[in-house]
Design a protein around this ligand. Structure first.
Ligand code: ADP
Ligand code: ADP
Ligand code: MG
Length: 457
């Protein structure tokens, strides 16, 4: 049954993005907001908005019963979870469906299988997709951890089965470190995800992060090619590109085909991403996890394929089958996205909430700014620091880098510190310009660089 009224159970830039996609499909949007978010842009753009509780996410954006009754009471027939919050909660999907509403995303069964990283490794192995050597299943005791690490080989990563956003990960170089760090990782995972389950993986040396965008309708899946997201700090992406310039056509086909096989094996419905680490020296890739939701960096894929991923996931959730065949997905040019966070990159990325005094947004055909900002908006201190994403598209990577540098010069935000100076410096960096980087590049780079100053508005 086609969706007529969509409840947006998220905030910030992704809520704005979902409302825009709903409107292009002729669907009304009802926006959830916490008491701290009454003035956010999505509330202004939606057809209707409902307060779902106090500022603390646990009492508002993570409050499933409250969200579901708000959706029903406002006449919605579906809920879009965005990313983070409840987007990867199988229990939430079940509650949404039990209330007679449609969840815009995969089934609870698919999320149980792919949202848990240990279960996802097993699913990948079943269809012959390589995973990073690691423990067979969850690690429950210090003894089991020690034994698994001996087999896998140090250094190992201790990872949270329910992890996300770079949290709950620790590196152990020997058994003493393993014994000391595993309890910390367990406590962090329990606090962040409500699940202290851990597993181990060999820590790869300087891999690239490559991920494949998937669209599925529960029967069939297509890939929308890959992104490279190797520029990370604390395992969080800051700069993303599509396609991955380091892959040749054969490697690209291999990794994308493996992602389709894995997505189809779990009857994937909606938009999802399979993340891999890629060892450039050997040409090997290893599946690490699936994000069973729309991702922050989806716009770079939209720019190089012309596909509206958010509209596509809403249509599939409404019961349409996928209209695309694999041949319809054609790559054109190169896109780069940089995350603009309210953080001071010159001061250890300290969060910087505050009032947006002035805002100038670059405008051109090949430049897109997905944002929650307007002049006078007060960035609240309660949530993550993403203010927006600057996305550019060029005929090739060099052209995209040039457009990015120009767009960064013309993006001016005053009142709060942002990551714009970091991105201006990166865009001018020789290694970044030649694509010569990996997932461990940015942190050491940051130690030795002085950032280009912010532009005065
Ligand atoms: P992406 O995978 O889309 O690049 P991130 O890893 O940056 O996104 O996560 C997007 C947002 O979702 C961040 O605010 C992050 O903290 C949050 N997030 C991601 N995974 C989880 C999770 N499993 N539980 C809670 N929050 C999560
Ligand atoms: P999250 O759910 O927090 O996104 P991931 O498993 O996707 O966690 O890993 C996040 C990042 O951590 C990766 O993009 C990569 O930079 C690094 N990483 C993860 N696993 C490994 C590994 N086995 N070896 C080296 N780096 C890794
Ligand atoms: Mg990840």
């Amino acid at each position: 049954m086609a969706i007529r009224r969509l409840f947006v159970a998220n905030r910030g830039e992704i809520a704005v993005r979902i409302i825009r996609a709903a409107h292009t499909l002729g669907i009304e949007a009802v926006q959830a907001y916490s008491e701290a978010d009454a003035d956010m842009l999505a509330v202004r753009l939606a057809d209707h908005a409902v307060c779902v509780g106090p500022p603390q996410a646990a009492k508002s954006y993570l409050n499933a019963p409250r969200l579901i009754s708000a959706a029903r009471d406002s006449g919605c027939d579906a809920i879009h979870p965005g990313y983070g919050f409840l987007s990867e909660s199988a229990a939430f999907v079940e509650a949404v469906e039990a209330a007679g509403l449609t969840f815009v995303g995969p089934s609870a069964t698919t999320i149980r299988c792919m949202g848990d990283k240990v279960a996802a490794r097993i699913a990948a192995t079943k269809v012959g997709v390589p995973v990073v050597p690691g423990s067979e299943g969850r690690i429950e005791t210090a003894e089991a951890a020690g034994a698994a690490a001996e087999t896998v080989g140090y250094p190992v990563l201790i990872k949270a089965a329910a992890g996300g956003g770079g949290r709950g990960i620790r590196v152990a170089c020997n058994e003493d470190e393993l014994r000391a760090l595993a309890p910390q990782a367990r406590a962090e995972a329990q606090a962040a995800f409500g699940d202290g389950g851990l597993y181990l993986e060999r820590s790869l040396n300087s891999p690239r992060h490559i991920e494949v965008q998937i669209l599925g309708d529960g029967q069939r899946a297509v890939h929308c090619y890959e992104r490279e997201c190797s520029l990370q700090r604390r395992r969080q992406k800051l700069w993303e590109e599509a396609p991955a310039a380091c892959l040749d056509q054969a490697a690209r086909e291999r990794i994308c085909r493996s992602a389709v096989a894995l997505a189809e094996s779990v009857a994937y419905r909606g938009a999802g991403t399979l993340e891999y680490l890629y060892d450039e020296t050997t040409g090997e890739f290893f599946f690490i996890e699936m994000n069973t939701r729309i991702q922050v960096e989806h716009p770079v894929t939209e720019m190089v394929t012309g596909i509206d991923l958010v509209a596509s996931m809403i249509r599939v959730a409404g019961g349409e089958s996928l209209s695309l065949s694999q041949e319809d997905v054609v790559l054109s040019g190169h896109a780069i996205e940089v995350r603009i966070n309210a953080e001071d990159p010159a001061n250890d990325f300290m969060p910087f909430p505050g009032v947006i005094e002035k805002l100038e947004i670059p405008s051109a055909d090949n430049v897109r700014f997905d944002t929650m900002l307007y002049e006078g908006y007060v960035v609240p201190p309660f949530y993550d620091s993403l203010l927006g994403k600057l996305i550019v598209h060029g005929n090739d990577r060099v052209e995209a880098l040039g457009i990015l540098a120009g767009a960064l010069d013309n993006l001016r935000i005053s009142g709060v510190k942002t990551t714009i100076p970091l991105h201006r410096t990166l865009a001018a960096d020789a290694a970044v310009r030649t694509g010569n980087f990996h997932t461990q590049f940015l942190e050491s780079w940051l130690e030795t660089r002085t950032l280009i100053a912010d532009q005065e508005v």
